[in-house]
Design a protein around this ligand. Structure first.
Ligand code: PLP
Length: 236
């Protein structure tokens, strides 16, 4: 069988998102798709763009900057940095991205804020929470979340939008929901604690667990494989 085109996969992904929202009793526009395009050529992003996609997520800075160049003729693409962010990369991210998912340290946040060019709006940031049972070492611990959020809310170059997480992959729907529920609970507590901040973003769910994430309140799902096909294992 020939591989599905990007526009076909994208419309299946949209249908899948709509079905999940409707199953969860949530409005059609309660969540949106971030097209995760790491390792994929600029031409595939262009195809997604022509099919109406505007938000793209990239993990690797150099690769992302090259694609940004290659797609400079396309208006209003929204670039999301979703990879691990080291402090020597914050300047490029502050200058060239609209969103950062996955800030988990004050130092990174301060640098992003200081390095955000004055003529641009504040950069949108989600704090990465390390939910329990997660193998990865990245992400802020739940106990440290309120203090870090408070710091971010004081930084002029940053607009804190909410939380993201990368739970350990699981094939079990209940287990997936359990992990996402921890993030949703932490998000609700944060919203309650900082009502003026108008936190509105819960970035969770990928190709393998979109339905569970939507059931637990995701507002951005980050889909790579479901839109662009599989990646070489080393691409992760
Ligand atoms: C690669 C990646 C995704 C997309 O994963 P798929 O399983 O291909 O949908 C989502 N979020 C992050 C942070 C990623 O690194």
């Amino acid at each position: 069988m020939p591989e599905a085109s990007v526009s076909e996969s994208l419309s299946s992904a949209r249908e899948r998102l709509q079905a999940a929202l409707s199953a969860a009793g949530r409005p059609d526009d309660a969540a949106r798709l971030l097209a995760v395009s790491k390792t994929k050529p600029a031409d595939m992003l262009r195809q997604a763009y022509l099919a109406g996609q505007r938000a793209f997520g990239e993990n690797y800075l150099q690769e992302a900057l090259e694609k940004r160049q290659a797609l400079a003729d396309l208006d209003d693409i929204e670039w999301h940095f979703i990879g691990a962010l080291q402090s020597n990369k914050t300047r490029d991210v502050a200058e060239h991205f609209d969103w950062v998912h996955g800030v988990d340290r004050e130092k990174i946040a301060r640098r992003l804020s200081e390095q955000r060019p004055a003529e641009l709006e504040a950069i949108n940031v989600c704090l990465q929470l390390n939910i329990s049972g997660e193998s990865s070492k990245s992400g802020v611990a739940l106990a440290d979340l309120p203090a870090l959020a408070e710091t971010l809310l004081s930084l002029p170059g940053i607009r804190l939008r909410g939380l993201m997480a990368l739970p350990a992959p699981s094939d079990d729907f209940r287990q997936q929901r359990h992990a996402f529920r921890q993030l949703a609970t932490a998000f609700a507590e944060l919203q309650e604690r900082f009502p003026e901040a108008r936190l509105d973003t819960l970035s969770m769910g990928m190709s393998g667990d979109l339905e569970a994430a939507i059931a637990e309140g995701a507002t951005i799902v980050r889909l790579g494989t479901a839109i662009f096909g599989s990646r070489p294992p080393s691409g992760e």
